[in-house]
Design a protein around this ligand. Structure first.
Ligand SMILES: [Zn+2]
Length: 335
């Protein structure tokens, strides 16, 4: 790997993490078999789409939910699925949550996660670019969800104890700017929790790795370094059991010391190696596709049974969240 690293610049967009313009082509197809050019930075290993698809903002406002879920408003099975995911996300940050904390969720979708966080005692705000989903979260759960992009949100610096971004960063045009903004809204000692797909994942079929809607792709090193660049300190990082997602938790400190160099030694070879070695033949020789299929069938059944007597998102989520909301949180000031 890396034998073409001396080649000429192949990206029209400089690296969003390290600023280098030296990048190599990594893939030319997306998960739907369409042409999508993906490049990797030779200096740090950040992976992005170049050229970028036109009209990114409009795409998110209107098209995204339609294209991937077939509807503007969440269907019962989507509320159910998102409710289960909300519980898992809460469990991941629970150790950092105290009653009365302010929590901002960027990309709050149908509002399921912040509805749970409000139930456990947080003061919540959501930002969601899709108007249909944002409106649903307001009317169904009475949440404070603002329709729009975070770049347009009017929030005070240092006003939030916790900012969460679940599967948001990969969709943004400028991850450095987005992390910097989130870092600005967090008070000293506050937390930024985020999750993104892992570019090193091998749990999906190889042609499914790159996605028109994902402008950037991260591995644990590039994600950590992006936070450090914004002056945040990593306190926890984990890759999901199937290798598909990375969760990172950063803390904001009074004295921010960004890294001296944004070069990440060996990261290019590591990522390019994983992507280029993950072939269709190897994938179907592994146990991943069969496990995924079995899981899909089980989830579909579970969703069917659990939404049979659907009487609105609130009723459904109240059932899923009942136990979580009753569990005691730690009292007092966070460290
Ligand atoms: Zn770079």
């Amino acid at each position: 790997m890396g034998n073409n690293r001396a080649g000429q610049d192949t990206s029209g967009i400089p690296c969003n993490l390290c600023g280098s313009s030296g990048a190599d082509e990594l893939s030319l197809v997306d998960r739907d078999g369409n042409h999508l050019r993906t490049v990797i930075c030779r200096n740090c290993g950040l992976v992005w789409t170049d050229p970028r698809p036109a009209g990114v903002r409009e795409f998110y406002e209107k098209e995204y939910r339609l294209r991937y879920k077939g509807t503007y408003k969440p269907k019962p099975k989507h509320v159910y699925r998102a409710g289960k995911v909300a519980v898992a996300r809460y469990e991941r940050i629970r150790g950092y949550i105290r009653k009365e904390m302010s929590l901002l969720d960027v990309g709050s979708g149908g509002g399921e996660f912040i509805y749970l966080m409000r139930k456990v005692g947080c003061k919540t705000i959501g930002i969601e670019p899709n108007e249909g989903y944002a409106g649903y979260a307001v009317s169904e759960y009475g949440l404070d969800v603002r329709a729009g992009f975070m770049q347009d949100a009017m929030l005070e610096d240092g006003s939030q104890d916790i900012v969460t971004m679940w599967h948001v960063l990969e969709h943004t045009e400028d991850p450095t700017l987005v992390i910097g903004m989130a870092g600005g809204w967090i008070r000293q000692g506050g937390i930024l929790a985020l999750e993104v797909p892992n570019v090193e994942a091998t749990c999906m079929s190889p042609p499914h790795r790159f996605h028109l809607a994902h402008l950037y792709n991260f591995n644990p090193d590039t994600l950590r370094r992006l936070g450090e660049k914004a002056g945040l300190k990593i306190v926890e990082q984990a890759v999901s059991g199937d290798g598909g997602n990375i969760t990172a938790i950063f803390r904001k400190h009074e004295v921010a010391i960004p890294p001296d160099s944004l070069f990440i030694d060996g990261n290019y070879d590591r990522i390019a190696g994983v992507v280029r070695n993950h072939t269709v033949a190897r994938h179907y020789a592994s146990r991943h596709p069969y496990l995924r299929f079995a899981k899909k069938i089980r989830s579909a059944l579970d969703e069917k049974i659990s939404t049979i007597n659907y009487a609105g998102g609130k009723r459904l989520l109240d059932g899923i969240f009942g136990l979580q909301a009753d569990a005691p949180l730690r009292l007092g000031d966070p460290d």
